[in-house]
Design a protein. Sequence first.
Lengths: 426, 426
Amino acid sequence: MKKQIPTVKGARDFYPEQMSLRNWLYENMKAVSQKYGYQEYDGPFLETLELYAAKSGEELVKEQAFVFNDRGGEQITLRPELTPSLARMVATRAGQLPRPIRWWSFGPMWRYERPQKGRSREFFQWNIDILGTDSIEADAEIAAIGAEFFRAIGLTPAEVKIQINNRKLMSEQIAALGVADIKPALKLIDRIEKLSAEAWAQYGVEQGFTASQTAGLRTLLGDKELWRKSDELIRFFDILDSMGVREYFEYEPSVVRGLDYYTRTVMEARDRDGEFRAILGGGRYDNLVSEVGSDQRISGVGFAMGDMVIGLVAAKYGRTPTFAKSPALVLVTVFGPGSMADSLRAARSLRESGLRTETYPEAVKLDRQLKYADAQGIRLAVIIGPDEAAAGMASVKDLKNRAQFSVSQADLPAKLREILDSPLPS
Amino acid sequence: MKKQIPTVKGARDFYPEQMSLRNWLYENMKAVSQKYGYQEYDGPFLETLELYAAKSGEELVKEQAFVFNDRGGEQITLRPELTPSLARMVATRAGQLPRPIRWWSFGPMWRYERPQKGRSREFFQWNIDILGTDSIEADAEIAAIGAEFFRAIGLTPAEVKIQINNRKLMSEQIAALGVADIKPALKLIDRIEKLSAEAWAQYGVEQGFTASQTAGLRTLLGDKELWRKSDELIRFFDILDSMGVREYFEYEPSVVRGLDYYTRTVMEARDRDGEFRAILGGGRYDNLVSEVGSDQRISGVGFAMGDMVIGLVAAKYGRTPTFAKSPALVLVTVFGPGSMADSLRAARSLRESGLRTETYPEAVKLDRQLKYADAQGIRLAVIIGPDEAAAGMASVKDLKNRAQFSVSQADLPAKLREILDSPLPS
């Protein structure tokens, strides 16, 4: 066996079947984004490290980013997330963009992580954000779009939930425990599900919290009614009600998210039994745009959803559709070397009529050509031998119901369209 | 003015208007690819340097590739082209893929080049290939798809031409001049348009050719009838005739392409006055798949088209369409803080009826909300004040013809659909 050239660890090949899944996600993300009037954009894939150093948080920048020096000596980063690029782009055109700014994107990101189920180093992410408004309606709209996406691909509120919290509420509550610095407290909260109760309390002490503070934190994190102390959250849930998606949401005090730039609403989606815990993640960032270069204060709220976890969730709940192989509906076969021109002309007229059509590129045995059509899921095969050609006719095989008939070449496109449009007997 | 974080040299921001252009190209590429039955795929963005070292050629690998060491010490390359990844993917599944393999892709590539008009370091490329057949019909099909794309976006044969040559033909002709090694000769040919006649002859001598050999080469390159000496080219042009795209093609002996792996047909598209000289480039590669790890011989033929040059060509000939701003057709305004729930519910019913709808997220002055709709190109604005709400009514402003009317909220979706579907008086 010849030595194969290896792939890079954590990079992914998208064969047509994986590409169909990625496109199915993309098409649903696009439809839901556009339903709410969001415009598609994209940032560069290469950014300066400085952009993330501003606010993304230590773990992402120091541990997970792919950073390298280019030939000019610049330090370049393969984008580990899109929000800082979005903030930079908005900051650059702050004066010209009508607000609110509703933008969405779908593209590759890179993080240096241990490849495992639902994680690779090269992954795709849907980002959707609204900027230029402080209103809680914007937070609710973004959250509602997440729920609408789940609904669009068939995931029910019994299967997935979006958990909501508010960092402002948490900051007030944490301050009331006598904790001065909110950042290490959020980090501690972010770990509560990853550690045992003892290990977590111990970690709290190591981080400089008193035993009574960690105990107070734990009580807070168990209080599912805490949201009633936040006017923002009360309105947030009311709005989701008007928008018809309330059943996808619940309040969860332990959700605080890992990125440093979130200021108020935070959100995270998980599935029923918690097997998948960050199907999407997001929140409101009030200061990021000015951190990366705007004189104007432009706040924003958004979420990101990676392609791998949602792909696994869709599969787990049986919501992944079966994808067609070839996009072609018709294969025009080649009877013999002398028939090629006839076949090419027939294929041309089928394509001109709007039917996606493959031709077989060689005059091999007909049986092999028909097997190819079958393997590719192409339903109709057209055969034009010398007799048919002389009579201006074509034979058609319907590989789905094994029917066969003759039709004049002039009527071929209309006849095939008629077959493809009529329902199959079941 | 606050200091802005810079972008990486040669990287690109896609604001919604640039994204619309990229998507317009993508949609046309997709439509033409699918018309011929090609399946979409994608390779990884990160590959090993070894993959390109196999056959891409020295310039691409040593001068243009972004190469870096990752945290694990592996030498990683940001893909400068897609064909080697395609060859690797096909080699990996050589036994399972029905043949012919018809695949297309559209995605980012990176090359370390001096940023200039039509070139950036981060660019997008359409790749389309057919593998697993040696037939010249495959070469012609790929070439025809290039022509069909030009036709699809409105570029005529008077504006763009695909120039064809054949490396096998050239090798035979060059060998007849007493030149033993074909590679430096192809390199010399590739420069004929870039150098003056004297500089070119001088360069030939430096590369070890005799004066009579460079003179012989120059004669060859002027012979537009040379294709008649190649059975492959004679058939190739015949097939294009049957496919209905012959007028987009011409024979050009100086086209040999820069990549090392091409073996026979090569192609390159340019515009009328030669301002743009490599709108697409491609050819047949008979050995690449086995070079990267297949025991089976699987040949292929394909081309690549970068997004920047074709974007400039479309603009030059006035073929770039005007793009909509917001995908929304309707803006539901907010009359006052107490009207938000009514507006959200109206927006919900419009979306449920299939109308893409934005809401204004704050109860600012109505005039500002209507200006926003205008700026985003949203045609219809819905207003629900307290009086309308009490009567179950809504006011609608048609911003295109400045008409205004009232309608019951129950009839709102149907009425707006009717307006959007009826032609505007001109």
